[in-house]
Design a protein. Structure first.
Length: 573
């Protein structure tokens, strides 16, 4: 698969539009002031796009990592040009009004990368990413621009240590529930809080950040092995240098992003997500990346991936281990090797210059490791999630399947028009075993911003409430746990039938038949939206532009086509 075009001569570089000819003297004058010289004008100008911030461990080390990326760019004959973009950390904003900004930031990050690169006609890009939305946003930008580039994930955090056990941020959210139930005192909560996050790196389980980092490796847009290395590991700087070199080599060969972001590679990514027990947020992000690349790939394709690939990785939130354990066991290469040997993925090009299967063959498995199994003895005999339909979700919902063995649930609805109202009910003990919690008006448009419900699911677990289900037109964190269905579409704010549910309506969720239904007669009801202040600024703009969750919640003018339901699901609507 090494059929890249020959190296691009300087006169054919995109940056020639600003560096060559008498008419560009003013542009060169500015560039000279910034430290460039005549030789630099003959070299590829590589955007080093950073999501560094001091607000979160996920991204706080990326400023230092960028120096190693820049070194790699220079070594390969390129000129690094630095830009920074925003990030919103889910861990801090979770459960607050600030969480409305999280998914919206994905679009802003992608837009800002495009504007910085296109505005200066740079030749290639390397994006350095950390917290959840920065990862798909970088892939969306590359898919949209279709220029040479790659993505480097800053790496997972190491585990915290408490009471003789490895812990992650998941245990903190569960401790909040235990504290609310009175089974954990203030001192105990503080001990968990203080121990969970020991330093730099993104959330430690197969939550959204590590899920999407693996997905981008399987997609071929991140060099295999680079994303697996933990944030504080001694090998991370060398991987950063390698990624800098890769960005230049891609530019010199003229290998654009859509050579790697294809229908086949996105399916490979979805299959890897399923096999790893990854986050349901991957559905939203993979559909969005496909939309940016003009690829026909929707939520049904994600469901097909889960039917293809049972879970073989024993990772939190549903399993035992953390992302650094996966790295020690053999990493993403080993997961890809298992998928390759089982015939579940296809060979595709990668930015390293080697094919995906060539990279998978390089996997080294640690003897006696228990993190990555094979398909003869999977962790779960099914994939990590499913797409379900019914008179509550005509355009689909995504149900999480890892971490439990529940196949069917039926119970009375407890309906809430906001995350805050549902969390307050959980914390005062007002949710009973057997209830189906419904949280609505939290979708992409209704939130606006489609908040995650980790605070609610973790509080339920922390309080020891096991036999409940939760459905929402919002999202779930990769760390969420339990029988939960999100992304209900159409959302309540768009007139979806979830807006018509009332307390006491019997709701049935059946995984085998992929149904989510109520026996209540919704046809005679009208919705009563909660009174909220109208969104302003970027929140109002997002609410006006955003597509359905079933279309990736994108804001571009050409979202993917309406949901393609399988024929046997149509009657469920």
């Amino acid at each position: 698969m090494n059929d890249d075009p020959p190296s691009t001569p300087p006169s054919r570089l995109r940056s020639a539009a600003v560096t060559r000819g008498a008419n560009r003297a003013a542009a060169r004058s500015y560039l000279r002031a910034a430290g460039l010289d005549d030789q630099d004008f003959e070299r590829p100008l590589i955007a080093v796009v950073n999501t560094w911030s001091s607000v979160t461990p996920c991204n706080m080390h990326l400023g230092g990592l960028a120096e190693h990326v820049r070194r790699g760019v220079r070594e390969a004959g390129g000129v690094p040009i630095d830009f920074n973009t925003i990030m919103v950390t889910d861990g801090i904003s979770m459960g607050t009004p600030g969480m409305k900004a999280s998914l919206i930031s994905r679009e802003t990050i992608a837009d800002s990368i495009e504007l910085a690169v296109q505005g200066h006609q740079l030749d290639g890009v390397i994006c350095i990413v950390g917290c959840d939305k920065t990862i798909p946003a970088a892939a969306m930008a590359l898919a949209r621009m279709d220029i040479p580039g790659c993505i480097l994930y800053g790496g997972t955090i190491m585990p915290g240590r408490h009471a003789g056990k490895d812990i992650s941020i998941q245990e903190v959210f569960e401790a909040i529930g235990a504290h609310g139930a009175g089974s954990l005192d203030d001192a105990g909560l503080r001990q968990v809080e203080s121990a969970a996050c020991p330093g730099a790196g993104a959330c430690g389980g197969q939550f959204t950040a590590n899920t999407m980092a693996m997905a981008l490796t399987a997609m071929g847009i991140s060099p295999a092995g680079a994303n697996d290395v933990p944030a504080v590991h001694a090998d991370k700087p060398a991987e950063a240098e390698r990624c800098g070199r890769v960005a230049v080599e891609l530019t010199q060969r003229g290998s654009n992003a859509r050579r790697f972001i294809t229908a086949d590679s996105i399916r490979n990514a979805a299959i890897a997500v399923s096999a790893s027990g990854g986050s349901t947020n991957a559905v939203l992000h993979l559909v969005a990346i496909a939309a940016e690349a003009g690829i026909d790939f929707g939520v049904e394709d994600c469901n097909a991936a889960c039917e293809t690939a049972p879970v073989i990785c024993d990772l939190k939130p549903g399993g035992q281990f953390l992302a650094h354990h996966l790295f020690q066991a053999g990493g993403t290469r080993l997961v890809l090797q298992r998928l390759m040997q089982a015939g579940k993925i296809v060979d595709t090009p990668t930015v390293s210059g080697r094919s995906l299967f060539d990279e998978a063959r390089e996997a080294t498995e640690t003897p006696n490791q228990n993190v990555i199994r094979d398909f003869t003895a999977p962790v779960m005999p099914r994939g990590s999630y499913a797409v379900i339909y019914g008179n509550i979700a005509p355009d689909g919902a995504v149900i999480k399947l890892v971490g439990h063995d529940t196949a069917r649930f039926e119970g009375p609805a407890r309906v809430f028009d906001s995350e805050e109202a549902s969390f307050e009910a959980v914390q005062r003990g007002a949710i009973s075993e057997g209830d189906v919690i419904v949280i609505r008006y939290e979708g992409p448009r209704g939130g606006p911003g489609m908040r995650e419900m980790l605070q609610v699911t973790a509080a339920l677990k922390g309080r020891g409430v096991q036999n409940v289900a939760l459905i929402t037109d919002g999202r779930f964190s990769g760390a969420s746990y339990g029988f939960v269905a999100g992304h209900v579409s159409p959302e309540a704010a768009a007139g979806g039938p979830i807006a018509l549910l009332r307390d006491g309506d019997i709701i049935a969720i059946d995984v085998a038949t992929r149904r989510i239904e109520t026996r209540a007669d919704l046809s005679s009801r009208t919705a009563s939206p909660p009174h909220r202040e109208a969104p302003t600024g970027v929140f109002a703009k997002y609410a006006a532009l955003v597509s359905s969750a079933s279309q990736g919640a994108v804001t571009i003018p050409n979202p993917p086509p309406a949901q393609r339901r399988p024929d046997n699901m149509r009657e469920a609507s």
